[in-house]
Design a protein around this ligand. Structure first.
Ligand SMILES: [Zn+2]
Length: 226
């Protein structure tokens, strides 16, 4: 069953809603027209230490925050489809998609993932993977301990907080490969920096990073991610 048909059938049972305002939209739509007009595209040139490139779809502001929070609240709805496809568009536009062999979602601590029911970064990674036929490496990298909420810490403490929090479980999967790391929100880039370094140490050829949203300084204080 192809994706379009699957979504049409699902739409009959559970009508598709805009992940920002909750109004009903078409089965293949990502957002409603009004909310789509209020989204602010990311056009910055943020760098992640050690990574070849960084791609983001939106600036993390009130236009997109409800969709991100929907995923963090464990509801997901149309947010995974909308955010995943928007990021896939950007990755195609900037040419990243031609330079990756494997996608890895920024992992969650297993108990936290079980409590939410899914890892939102993994949902987004799978939308991108399916669209371009690129495999998503499941549990190649894992989070082995809980970390403090990054928003409570300054930049130096963020790096310290993440040190040793992640581990490579299947180095054979990433060895010699060009990896795309996917997250929902990128703030200071500490999480991407830590994972990029870990993955390169384990033999990956190159690492590229992509997030649905990138925060500006104004929003750093209210963000719940790294
Ligand atoms: Zn809307």
């Amino acid at each position: 069953m192809n994706e379009k048909f699957k979504r049409k059938i699902l739409h009959l049972l559970f009508p598709t809603k805009c992940p920002v305002c909750g109004c009903f939209i078409g089965s293949m739509d990502r957002f409603c027209i009004n909310c789509a007009e209020n989204l602010h595209r990311y056009n910055g040139n943020f760098n992640i230490k050690g990574a070849e490139s960084f791609t983001a779809s939106f600036i993390y502001d009130d236009g997109i925050i409800p969709a991100v929070m929907l995923m963090k609240d464990g509801i997901c709805g149309n947010a995974g489809y909308a955010l995943g496809n928007e990021l896939a568009d950007r990755l195609a536009d900037d040419g990243t998609v031609d330079k990756i062999d494997i996608i890895i979602a920024v992992p969650m601590y297993r108990k936290d993932e079980r409590a939410r029911g899914y890892n939102q970064s993994d949902v987004i990674a799978r939308v991108i993977g399916k669209r371009f036929g690129i495999p998503v490496a499941d549990r190649a990298v894992v989070k082995i301990r809980r970390t403090k909420q990054q928003k409570m810490l300054d930049r130096k403490m963020r790096m310290f907080n993440l040190k040793g929090a992640y581990a490579v479980r299947s180095p054979e999967i990433i060895f010699g490969k060009r990896i795309l790391l996917v997250d929902d929100v990128c703030t200071t880039g500490s999480t991407f920096t830590e994972l990029t370094s870990l993955i390169l140490e384990n033999g990956a050829l190159e690492v590229r990073c992509a997030a649905c949203c990138h925060t500006s300084d104004i929003h750093k204080k209210s963000v719940q991610s790294g």
